[in-house]
Design a protein around this ligand. Structure first.
Ligand SMILES: Cc1cc2nc3c(=O)[nH]c(=O)nc-3n(C[C@H](O)[C@H](O)[C@H](O)COP(=O)(O)O)c2cc1C
Length: 401
């Protein structure tokens, strides 16, 4: 092969050196997947809040299996179908949704990143998807409604020993335009989150010698924490302790099906039961008036070795799918996972950590970025599968081994 000396006129058009950018957009520019957002999140967030978000219960068997199951399946594509008009839009309990996904309720979101729930709500509103505010949120139901008035917002309730307080929260949610309530039923007591124990996580984060050292490593997180309004639960003030302490003091381990009847009396909108892990419980939920069930093991944060939700899903759909909507969550990390969950029978797939990694990586822009990745991934997977609408997705589109 003959070689020659390169000429500057040929090289010049290839040179694209740009000055390094600043701010979240520049930081996020190199992230191509939720896993990349997780890497940025890990760099920017102190270990205790990162692990609180990222981790699961005990040996994290349920958490790991919830993700692995999506790696093991294969798609069965159908080729030569006109997919030029593929559209991932759907409905969620009768309300329009631009994507077949929704953003799960997550407690204490301002601890992950100071912009917290309002940032998530605004990003969800822009993307045209539903977001559920947690009872353990760091913003009140009213303030979230003000932050994103056009959002299809749901309220997630944990039942406390003090039922009057639960009733008050339902009244406030109804008054501020929440269109559905989720009752989470898999947290009668707290799961054992061993990372939190090892990290000595408290709420709010304590200033110890260890955290002082951490300030030097994550200055912007600490600066944001200390220079914005104090971090606390919007529904309990002045709480000081571990998450396990909180759950032990306010959650009611006596939670049972009669409480769902109690809820039906105090909430006249759609009722969703989250944390269903057997077919029999899905049937009970519908018998007690649920309009939707979310097959969920709380992202592997409660009972370790809980059923893998993706595997349980078809049995639940077969049993109650004609009487209520069946949703799923756990381990969903990209658009392909969402499409697989729909093919397996879910009406909506909920995502938790995936958007929190975006929030920790770049605040509101990071959640936008995560949702854009899901939107692109869902549409691309549908098109490559030969599917133009989410209603066409069926079990024949996936092969599980
Ligand atoms: C940091 C964190 C906090 C959570 N807090 C709540 C909560 O307050 N209420 C609730 O019903 N579920 C809560 N969950 C569970 C999520 O709603 C959802 O079931 C789970 O995150 C789905 O799994 P994924 O994270 O793998 O998507 C939380 C999950 C995480 C990661």
């Amino acid at each position: 092969m003959q070689r020659r000396t390169p000429r500057w006129e040929e090289i010049k058009p290839l040179v694209k050196i740009r000055p390094p950018g600043f701010g979240p957009e520049a930081r996020l520019a190199s992230a191509a997947s939720i896993w990349d957002l997780r890497k940025i999140a890990r760099r920017r967030t102190p270990r205790a809040p990162f692990d609180y978000t990222d981790g699961g219960a005990e040996q994290e068997v349920a958490l790991n299996k919830s993700r692995e199951v999506y790696r093991r399946l294969e798609f069965n594509p159908t080729v030569m179908r006109d997919v030029s008009a593929a559209n991932p839009a759907t409905t969620i309990l009768g309300q329009p949704s631009a994507l077949p996904l929704a953003l799960s309720p997550t407690g204490f979101t301002r601890m992950m990143q100071h912009e917290g729930e309002p940032a998530v709500a605004r990003a969800a509103q822009r993307a045209g998807v539903t977001y559920a505010l947690s009872t353990l949120g760091t913003v009140t139901p009213e303030a979230l409604a003000d932050a994103a008035p056009g959002l299809n917002r749901w309220f997630q309730l944990y039942l406390f020993k003090d039922r009057d307080f639960g009733q008050e929260l339902l009244t406030r949610a109804q008054a501020s335009g929440y269109s559905a309530v989720i009752l989470t039923v898999d947290a009668a007591i707290a799961g054992a989150r061993l990372r939190d124990v090892r990290n000595g996580l408290t709420i709010p984060p304590s200033l110890t010698l260890k955290t002082m050292f951490d300030m030097a490593m994550h200055p912007s997180w600490w600066y944001n924490l200390l220079t914005t309004e104090p971090l606390e639960f919007a529904t309990f003030h002045n709480f000081d302790g571990t998450v396990a302490d909180l759950i032990a003091s306010v959650f009611d381990p006596a939670l049972n099906w009669s409480d769902v009847d109690w809820m039906r009396e105090h909430w006249d909108g759609p009722l969703v039961i989250k944390g269903i892990q057997t077919v029999a419980d899905a049937e009970r939920a519908v018998d007690h008036g649920a309009d939707a069930v979310i097959v969920s093991n709380h992202g592997g944060r409660q009972l370790d070795r809980a059923p893998t939700t993706f595997e349980l899903l078809p049995d639940v759909v077969d049993a109650v799918g004609d009487r209520c909507e069946v949703h799923v969550d756990g381990g969903i990390m990209d658009g392909g996972d969402v499409v697989a969950a729909l093919a397996q029978g879910a009406k909506t797939a909920w995502i938790g950590r995936a958007y929190l990694y975006g929030l920790m990586a770049g605040g509101e822009h990071g959640v936008d970025r995560a949702l854009q990745m899901f939107s692109d991934g869902i549409k691309r997977t549908m098109q490559l599968l030969g599917v133009s609408s989410v209603d066409e997705l069926e079990r024949a589109h996936i092969r599980t081994r």
